[in-house]
Each structure stands twice: as C-alpha cells, then as structure tokens.
Ligand binder design. Sequence first.
Ligand code: C2E
Ligand code: MG
Ligand code: MG
Ligand code: MG
Length: 276
Amino acid sequence: SAKKSNDAQICFFDTDMENAVKERLKIAQALAHAVDKKEFKLAFQPQVNRHGQLIGFEALLRWSHPEFGAISPEQFIPIAETTNAILPIGDWVLEQSCLQLVQWASQADTKRLNLSVNVSSEQFRRGDFVSRVQQILLNSGANPKNLRLELTESLMAEDIEFVVSQMHNLRELGVSISLDDFGTGYASLAYLSQLPLDELKIDRAFVKDLNKQGKGELLTETLISLGRSMNLTVIAEGVETHEQFERLQELGCEFFQGYLFGKPRTDIESYLNQKS
Ligand code: C2E
Ligand code: MG
Ligand code: MG
Ligand code: MG
C-alpha cells in the first residue's frame, strides 16, 4: 500500500512485506493439495560408519510445484507447520519411507539398511501420532527396527511428561529415536537426560566449525562426549571434507552423513546398483 511519496523506503518495505505474505499464502494453499496432486518425492541421503560403509539413509522431502517449481523444505515445512498441511504430508512421508524399507528388505544386499525420517513437532504432539505410526508400519509390513524417527529440540515447548510417554510408546513399537540438529536448540541438560533417546545427531553448524581452530572444536567434542556419556549413538551431519570425517572420528563420533558420502537423491535404486 503506497503511503507518502516522499517516504520511498517505507513504500518499498510495505511492498516487500505484502509480497512475502502473499507468497506464503500461495504456498500454504498449494501445500494443502500437494499430496493429492502427487507433487512430493523423497530424496535419500546415505549414512555411513567409521569405515565409510553404508548403514542407511535419511529421507528428505522434495516438492516441485507446477507453477513455483522446486521449493526447499526449509521454506515450505515451516509454512506447512502453521496450517494442518504438515499432518497429511507427514503421514505420506512415513508411508513412503516404510514402503522403501519393505523394498530394501526384499533383497539380501539391502535388507539391513535403516531409514531416518524427520518428524515435525506438530506431528508428534498429536495424541494419535503413535497409533498412526503403528498403523503405517502394519499396513506396509516394514520392520520397525529399521525405522528411526528424527525429532528436534523444539519438542521442549510441549509438556515433558507427554513427550516422554509418547517417546516410550514409539520405542515400544520397535522404532528408534534420534534428536536432530542437536546443539542448535535450547534444551537444558536436565530436560535432555529425561528423554528416552537412541541417537544424537550433531548439527552441521558444529561440523563446519571443525575447520577453525579452538572454540568450535571444543564445543563439538563436548556434544559428542555428552551423547556417548548418555549411551547414545552419535551421528554427525553435514560432513563435507575428509578432514572433518577424520577429526569427528578422533572426537568419538560413530556415524556420518554429508556431501562427502553422497548428496540426497531421488534415484536411489541406481545409486545402490552402482555401489554393488
Ligand atoms: P535436516 O533434517 O537437518 O536435514 C539435513 C539437511 O542438510 C538436508 O537439507 C540435507 O540436504 C542437508 N545436507 C546434507 N548433507 C549436507 C552437507 O554436507 N552440506 C550441506 N551444506 N548440507 C547438507 P534439506 O533436504 O534441504 O532439508 C532441510 C530441512 O527440512 C531438514 O533438515 C528438515 O528439518 C526439514 N525436512 C526435510 N524433509 C522433511 C520431512 O519429510 N519432514 C519434516 N518434518 N521435515 C523435513
Ligand atoms: Mg533430519
Ligand atoms: Mg539435521
Ligand atoms: Mg537441519
């Protein structure tokens, strides 16, 4: 909305804001139909052990809209979380992930692969989340032992007792739980130590800092030791260089994910065929 013509700055700002709001609204509307219109795909990024051997993948959502083109999950997930769209999207991600696990399970050389799936706090907070996961596992026939759910520290906003019981119920199904982007949130140690976790996933910001001397490295080392002292497996994300890979191993990290081992890709079968 144009105001005084002598205040061009404010006019610009208003227009930018207006456009940003309009764009968000358009994205939110498109997201409401994106599952039905089959606009989503899953990309899979390899996870490896200390020897660089493939242990599994992380499923990462990809959205391509006929008009807007490819939109990053960093942009559309937060929008989906403000509407109910994240719920059917989250179900779809879990269903597709379980189907992928079933397919891997049918072949000798892929049957031990694990799959990590991102779960939004908005999904997790619903009372029926555990029974949904159970239903999806049953319908697909996937082995829960190969499914790992990635949660984030934003769970802290929820009642701790609810979070803990929900996590216990999930683990009773046989799935494991990872805390994603670890170190970037504000979860207190008292809170963290109460959570029934299996894995800590060190955020890539701390892996990046390994290139610098000093403070960054100390912090990364502390996060890894913390995970190990809590008897959790520790995986680092965003590993891009051999130097980072080696340093993380020296600091006690067991599992790794990042461009050094492979980018997320939707044509995962050809990736697996190449390897064998
Ligand atoms: P995330 O779960 O922490 O996923 C890791 C992100 O880091 C991915 O971005 C991945 O492509 C990127 N990445 C992996 N290795 C490297 C590396 O070596 N260097 C750099 N610079 N980046 C690397 P992506 O796929 O854009 O996803 C962004 C975020 O969107 C995810 O962060 C996750 O929070 C969210 N997301 C993605 N898929 C889903 C989903 O199915 N459900 C939910 N709720 N969130 C999702
Ligand atoms: Mg993740
Ligand atoms: Mg992460
Ligand atoms: Mg992240």
